[in-house]
Design a protein around this ligand. Structure first.
Ligand code: CTP
Ligand code: MG
Length: 180
């Protein structure tokens, strides 16, 4: 029961979890804000780029398609049905995750935090909230069938743990500047 909830939560969130990590690897190039300022701070900062956002979104959608392709055998071996991703739901999760992270940078700059500064809580959940919101907007029926309240509860517990863990690993490997 708990196992199936955790498996469903992890499976459903792969297209939302991976884009930010892909963006770390793909980042660089033109910042989305083009260097523009808002007051004394950058609108978003150099850490939010067109390339990182595009690659992250595409990687998330591609992973959803891979999961769809292997869904049947994996579901059969687990003896319960894992969710499949309609293409618009996949796009909602992946793009929503990137937009949530971009929104968090906007808030960080407004609160005087420089690029790379930590904002505990926001850093761990911005992309989850963005992904879930956009998925709900573009695929409401799929969202309500997939993200039941118990699944959502599991997501909000395990996501910060996964996020902290992967970022520490990325920092240790030298691909990320800060361990958050
Ligand atoms: N990145 C990107 N485009 C995005 C998100 C991330 O190019 N939309 C890349 C950038 O190279 C960024 C790195 O991934 O520096 C790490 O992402 P993140 O921690 O979100 O950015 P920070 O540099 O820490 O900046 P911020 O303080 O705005 O979060
Ligand atoms: Mg950061």
């Amino acid at each position: 029961m708990v196992g199936s909830l955790v498996a469903t939560a992890l499976w459903a969130m792969v297209p939302a979890y991976v884009p930010n990590n892909a963006a770390v690897l793909a980042g660089g190039g033109r910042p989305i804000d083009g260097g523009r300022m808002l007051g004394d701070s950058r609108l978003l900062g150099d850490g939010k780029t067109w390339r990182g956002t595009a690659v992250g979104t595409l990687v998330g959608v591609a992973l959803a398609l891979v999961l769809n392709a292997i869904n049947a055998p994996v579901s059969a071996s687990l003896a319960f049905s894992l969710p499949t991703f309609p293409i618009h739901a996949a796009l909602g999760l992946a793009l929503g995750a990137m937009l949530g992270d971009i929104g968090a940078s906007f808030i960080k700059r407004r609160s005087g935090r420089e690029r790379g500064a930590a904002f505990p809580g926001l850093d761990q959940l911005d992309f989850v909230v963005g992904a879930l919101l956009l998925a709900f907007v573009v695929a409401p029926d799929w969202f309500l069938a997939t993200f039941t309240l118990p699944v959502l509860a599991v997501i909000f517990v395990i996501t910060p743990v996964l996020h902290v863990g992967t970022n520490i690993i990325a920092y240790a490997l030298g691909v990320k500047n800060e361990p958050w």
